[in-house]
Design a protein around this ligand. Structure first.
Ligand code: SF4
Length: 1025
């Protein structure tokens, strides 16, 4: 008997199509409009006032309602006006997609932060992309309109006054306007023309022409053609001639980038006129003109720039998927870029083979020894990458191929391109990590940040605010500094840095540290501790505020020196290439020798990171209580040298060795750690700069931890339902095993043989019923090993193998090995289709671990997984030192601080700990049910899910359908009926999944996520595009 009524749950999502305000008579949305919006009223700003060119919305619609109006069907896609923005979508969106777009646009309009949880397969990425790009387009149109109006006014003013002030402003603003804009030879001519405006010997016509050439599409500032109309470009991918040469003629920055430059100029000019107006009322300007100018300056903060969109996700693979969505499914075309790692884009074979690509590349670039790096700018101007070029929207693979063709470095080209792009895709550490952000040129000020797959953002932000330095790294810094002191270069500065490095090495080596956290191969001492405060410790290891100030100064002088050295090297290379060698014999060698030595990029990066963390520990920093400093000693077996990938050729895993006095020092690594316990250390900075932050994921639940942990206000949240019909999936919790005993996977029970046998028998029963593929998640690798060993003895494993081929997720190992395992799993399922639909025949089962490789980012749609079984609740390791510290920290901050009321209140340690476990479960649950026509079962073999408060922590789309069964037999009956009904439905619909490969291309072209979807569409055509 089901203890939780499924009927009630279904009623909660009864569609409410009155939320939609349709104004035309075209086919309306499907009736299963299962959106639930939770929004605090959002204060609409001026940007929200863009009026759509459609019939007005009915008066009765409430402000919180979804303002979605279907308008027209054109460009081969459909167009909607959502919250005042025209959104082009490739096909009829799901109701949940409309809900997401509306939610997102409202947040963008009002420049507020939001969170959107939507299950995988609900078309989240496409909806977000279309919404943000449509919003940006409307924002840009409004800017153009504003700019055009103000220019008209200025023009009128200039007709009644001399041109002197325009010339004066141009001359004054010249550097700001053009310094950042890379221009070609042709463009330079016009820049020169503008520069000569300085001397006043240029005609107004020439000035106007030059201005127009530099800012493509702009209106001339002087002598306007009276016939000329102001054109507001709101079209998508407005037709522009394809570039026909390798080099773009004018400038390779986007028009929007230039427009932003122009806006900065306009603001100053307008201010100039207003200031003049205070003294003497200007000729020729009406009161309405003056109002317009005043309005413009008052709203300057809002119109100061058209935001760039940073779209971050977890992995490079997901970045590629997003680029594909943009390229194949949306009609939006704009200047985009992708930020990636050297490992993906380097085209230097020697470096690629080295196994530590980052380090090798830095060395070569430092010494100007990489050919592709010298000419990477060639790629920036490649015609394929220009507007309307074949690769206007490109992925890392594309730019790598182009880099190979032109022998120029794609890595540095991609970084430069991102500086002028309107949309930048990147893994989210490029946004979160301040160091990476700085070196990749990510600018957040006034821009929009979307973090997809954001369920790990909290942990990632804490990691980004933390720093771990090994004694090996410090040795390198000390040695490099010694060398520089010996050479007599910036002796004092290098001595300061070197002294610190040596002091830290010696302190780390000290065997008398009060290690209190002892594990098999690691021991850790943490500060502050009783008897020694953090300040005392920092003083002891030379990091007093006075010394840090000295260090800061020294590092900045060294930085300046390295910059000079690099530009000298660059100049010499340029001279060399252009046969301009101006050196006397011997002088060149002397100069080269002088410039051949300086601190390496790796050391400088380390010093920058250290200074950033020390900045957070400064007496006046709001984050000084948010850090713990640790001294860690590890056996070398578990320490991986920096830059060596686990899958790389240099990686040799060693056996774990016990740490202790017997272990020789040469087999130990000492680490100085600064652990940030508050993700707000890095996230609050992002929030203070970005215009809007959007966090999205299939598994953000429980949402309440995010705002408090990230120390950021999220004005609205949306939990979207699954697009799958509730009849097509089951979520059930089983309290008892086949023996009738409670299945409670607590720490004290998991070693009981009776518990392990009960679990084994339950899985064997499910295996014999479930068709096709199956996933089983357990809390740890050690439990997985125990279960396998026991089930071998009891022959339970053989019983499972009668029905399914068994796969086990490996702990560690290379990515390639894991990919091979996955391929074998999928192949073994594919080749048995469609017979494996019958559970008695062979399918496949994968045993995996929560938070492991299988649990994240892998798609097990359709027959690759029809059943997910969850065992236990995966709480983080209770004794892990970072977990212990984080819990204590949250407990300390869980009540308001009377001395410092500005400090935010956090979830208490127990609640935080709980949330980590349930987020891992939600992540695992999202592996199956990947699209609207998918189907499957989620089974919790855990009695604790009979308790409502545990169910409440699951994602909404699961918790609202969760049925709880007291006995295993009751669950079996439900499972049998469900599997039978779904298999019959597939057979009746004529779906044969073995056709996967044949119809996959058709599936892609329709923008659908799976072959099953295509097959079903052919039958029912509910979403036929
Ligand atoms: S500069 Fe580019 S091509 Fe050269 S080593 Fe670095 S990443 Fe590779």
């Amino acid at each position: 008997m089901s203890l939780h009524s499924q009927g009630t749950a279904a009623a909660e999502i009864t569609p409410d199509i009155s939320e939609y305000a349709y104004i035309d008579t075209k086919p309306s949305l499907p009736p299963e409009a299962n959106i639930e919006l939770k929004q605090e009223p959002i204060a609409e700003t001026k940007q929200a006032e863009l009026k759509p060119d459609v019939k007005p919305k009915p008066e009765s619609t409430t402000p919180s309602a979804v303002e979605c109006i279907r308008v027209v069907e054109d460009f081969g896609h459909k167009t909607f006006v959502i919250s005042g923005v025209r959104v082009h979508f490739p096909f009829q969106p799901y109701p949940s997609q409309l809900g997401m777009m509306n939610h997102m646009i409202r947040a963008l309009n009002s420049a507020q932060n939001t969170m959107i949880e939507s299950p995988t397969g609900s078309g989240k990425s496409l909806a977000l992309l279309c919404a943000v790009l449509a919003w940006r387009q409307s924002f840009e149109a409004k800017h153009r309109q504003t700019l055009a109006n103000v220019r008209q006014t200025i023009r009128r003013y200039s007709e009644h006054n001399s041109m002197a002030f325009v010339k004066q402003m141009l001359a004054a603003k010249h550097d700001d306007l053009f310094a950042e804009v890379p221009v070609s030879k042709e463009g330079s001519k016009h820049v020169d023309t503008l520069q000569s405006a300085d001397s006043g010997n240029i005609s107004d016509e020439a000035l106007a022409e030059a201005w127009n050439q530099i800012i493509p599409g702009s209106q001339p500032l002087v002598k306007p053609d009276p016939e000329q109309q102001v054109v507001i470009d709101t079209t998508i991918a407005s037709p522009m001639p394809k570039p026909d040469a390798d080099i773009t003629p004018i400038a390779d920055a986007s028009p929007v980038f230039l427009l932003n430059q122009a806006l900065s100029y306009m603001r100053e000019t307008v201010q100039f006129i207003l200031d003049q107006a205070k003294a003497t009322p200007p000729d020729g300007l009406t009161a309405a003109d003056m109002d317009e100018l005043r309005d413009y300056t008052q709203n300057a903060a809002q119109v100061k720039a058209i935001p760039r969109i940073y779209f971050g996700t977890r992995t490079h693979k997901q970045v590629s998927q997003l680029v594909n969505e943009l390229r194949r499914k949306t009609p939006y075309r704009l200047r985009s870029a992708v930020l990636g790692s050297r490992a993906q884009t380097c085209i230097n074979h020697q470096v690629k083979k080295s196994g530590s690509i980052d380090e090798e590349c830095r060395k070569l670039v430092d010494d100007s020894m990489c050919g592709p790096h010298h000419i990477y700018r060639k790629l920036l101007a490649h015609k394929k990458l220009q507007r309307q070029g074949d690769l206007e929207i490109w992925d890392l693979e594309d730019i790598e191929t182009l880099g190979r063709e032109t022998r120029s470095c794609p890595y540095f080209a991609a970084r430069d391109l991102s500086g002028t792009a309107d949309l930048v895709f990147c893994p989210y550490n490029y946004i979160l990590d301040p160091g990476v952000r700085g070196s990749a040129g990510v600018e957040l000020e006034g821009n929009v940040v979307i973090l997809d797959e954001a369920h790990n953002v909290e942990n990632a932000a804490r990691d980004s605010g933390s720093l771990e330095i090994t004694d090996e790294q410090l040795h390198v810094v000390a040695a490099e500094c010694r060398m520089m002191v010996d050479r007599g270069t910036l002796r004092m500065e290098h001595e300061t840095v070197g002294t610190l490095a040596s002091t830290l090495v010696n302190w780390l080596k000290d065997s008398d540290h009060p290690y209190e956290y002892l594990e098999f191969d690691t021991q850790t001492a943490v500060w502050p501790r009783s008897g020694e405060s953090l300040d005392d410790l920092l003083e002891r290891i030379l990091l007093s505020p006075q010394f840090v100030a000295q260090l800061q100064k020294a590092v900045s002088v060294i930085e300046g020196y390295i910059k000079d050295v690099r530009s000298r090297k660059e100049k010499r290379r340029w001279d060399d290439e252009n046969n301009l060698n101006r050196y006397k014999k011997g002088q060149l060698m002397e100069e080269e020798e002088e410039d051949s030595r300086h601190l390496s990029t790796g050391s400088m990066r380390l010093l920058e990171q250290l200074l950033r963390v020390l900045g957070h520990l400064a007496p006046d920093s709001p984050f000084r209580q948010d850090y713990r400093v640790a001294c860690i000693r590890k056996s070398k077996s578990q320490h991986m040298p920096e830059g060596v990938a686990a899958s790389g050729p240099k990686y040799r895993p060693r056996k774990r060795r016990k740490i202790g006095p017997d272990l020789p020092a040469s087999d130990c690594v000492n680490v100085l750690a600064f652990w940030a316990l508050n993700p707000g250390v890095v996230f609050s900075e992002i929030a203070s700069k970005a215009r809007t932050i959007v966090l999205t994921s299939g598994t953000l639940s429980p949402l309440d931890s995010y705002a408090s942990e990230l120390q950021v206000k999220f004005s609205s949240t949306l939990e979207a339902n699954h697009v799958i019909d509730s009849q097509r999936f089951r979520a059930l919790a089983v309290e008892c095993g086949t023996s009738g005993e409670l299945l409670e996977g607590k720490y004290k029970n998991v070693d009981l043989l009776s518990f392990q046998d009960d679990l084994g028998n339950a899985i064997a029963e499910i295996v014999s019923r479930s068709p096709d593929g199956m996933l089983v998640f357990v809390p740890s690798y050690s439990l997985l090993a125990k279960l396998m060993a026991r089930w071998k003895v009891t022959e339970c494993l053989s019983e499972i193998e009668v029905h399914k081929r068994v796969f086990i997720e490996p702990q560690g190992g290379s990515k390639e090995e894991f990919d091979r395992l996955l391929t074998t799993y999928r192949d073994s399922l594919a080749k048995n289709r469609p017979a494996s639909r019958q559970p008695a025949l062979r399918g496949a089962i994968m045993f995996a671990v929560y938070r492991g490789k299988v649990s994240e980012g892998i798609d097990f749609s359709d027959y690759f997984c029809r059943t997910v079984v969850n065992i236990g609740i995966p709480y983080p390791a209770f004794k892990d030192v970072k977990v212990v510290l984080k819990r204590q920290y949250n407990d300390d901050r869980s009540t308001p601080n009377r001395d410092d009321p500005s400090q935010g209140v956090l979830l208490n340690g127990a609640k935080w700990y709980d949330i980590q476990a349930f987020r891992a479960i939600n992540q695992a649950l999202g592996r199956c049910l990947r699209h609207k026509m998918d189907w499957g079962v989620i089974i919790m073999l855990e009695s604790r899910f009979a308790q409502r408060w545990n169910v409440e922590r699951l994602s909404k789309w699961v918790r609202q359908y969760m049925g709880v069964y007291r006995t295993f037999d009751e669950a079996k009956l439900d499972l049998d009926a469900f599997y039978k009904a779904r298999i019959k439905e597939d057979i009746d619909a004529g779906i044969d999944d073995s056709l996967v490969n044949d119809i996959l291309p058709a599936c892609s072209s329709l923008g659908l996520s799976s072959p099953t979807t295509v097959a079903t569409h052919t039958v029912n055509s509910p979403l036929n595009t």
